[in-house]
Design a binder for this molecule. Structure first.
Ligand SMILES: O=C(O)CCC(=O)C(=O)O
Length: 274
């Protein structure tokens, strides 16, 4: 059953947060990471980009609008994502398993046991001036294979994010719609030529984040992002979570790496000791 239809098993003072998540498909928690941590993460990332430390995805790899045409073309070496963030440094592991973050996820996932996927997101998104590409409207589930489409992406802004530097926009409530396949193109982006999709996009909301803010969004929420038109690179740390009961389908990309098991509790968190 989609998260949006689940009734939390208990009520807390955070019910409005749960209600907003169920209604809109996303919530923002302001100031969850402190300025010092964001700065240390940025410093680490900048070192990892000079020289670029793999595994990484380049802008050219995604072939989105605005991507350089080849690795030899101007901007062809522009990184888009530093992959495997979880194994890059303890700082990222500590963040991904930190008590306040898991506590919020636990509330949003109806207090089920939670696992972190190492196979999806698990990355540092970099959006460089000059050669960043546009990401059209899509749902994150498009290339993920799980028992159920119930996953949450957790997006930590390491600097300010807004439409000018390629910040995300989301369509509130889109996670509740049952879209026909024909609403999407071959690559599973929303077809912007269809009037019904245009009407949906008109209801989009730009997400403005400050360093340390965290956006939690459902894997069925439609979202998009533009190019970075400023002269500063934007950095975001992104992980995906699901309940332990919602398993990746064996032999798919979603099962490529083992999940990291975490335990959900009513208001606290403890590592899962098996
Ligand atoms: O930053 C972007 O261009 C879009 C990223 C995105 O949609 C995602 O990682 O889910």
């Amino acid at each position: 059953m989609p998260i949006s239809q689940q009734i939390p098993r208990y009520t807390t003072s955070c019910d409005t947060e749960i209600e907003r998540f169920r209604r809109d498909g996303f919530i923002i928690v302001r100031g969850q990471a402190d300025a010092g941590l964001c700065r240390r993460m940025q410093e680490f990332i900048i070192k990892s980009l000079h020289p670029a430390t793999g595994p990484l995805e380049y802008e050219v790899d995604v072939e989105y609008p605005g991507s350089p045409v080849s690795r030899l073309a101007p901007g062809g070496e522009t990184p888009r994502r530093l992959l495997n963030a979880y194994s890059r440094d303890e700082m990222f592991r500590n963040w991904a398993t930190s008590a306040p973050l898991i506590s919020t996820l636990s509330r949003l996932l109806a207090n089920e046991r939670i696992t972190l996927s190492q196979s999806h997101h698990n990355c540092i998104m970099t959006k460089h001036p000059g050669f960043s590409s546009e990401t059209h409207w899509h749902q994150n589930i498009r290339y993920w294979s799980f028992d159920r489409p119930d996953l949450i992406t957790v997006w930590l802004a390491l600097g300010d994010e807004h439409p000018e530097n390629g910040g995300l926009s989301l369509i509130p409530g889109s996670h509740c719609s049952n879209f026909d396949r024909g609403r999407f193109d071959a690559a599973l982006f929303l077809r912007e030529d269809l009037p019904e999709n245009r009407a949906l996009i008109d209801g989009a909301r730009s997400i403005v984040l400050n360093a340390g803010d965290v956006l939690f969004f459902h894997c069925l929420s439609l979202h998009a992002a533009g190019r970075n038109t400023t002269d500063e690179t934007k950095f975001s740390l992104v992980f995906a979570y699901h309940t332990e009961a919602n398993r990746p389908i064996p032999r798919t990309r979603s099962a490529k790496y083992p999940d990291i098991e975490l335990a959900a509790r009513r208001s606290s968190y403890e590592p899962h000791r098996g």
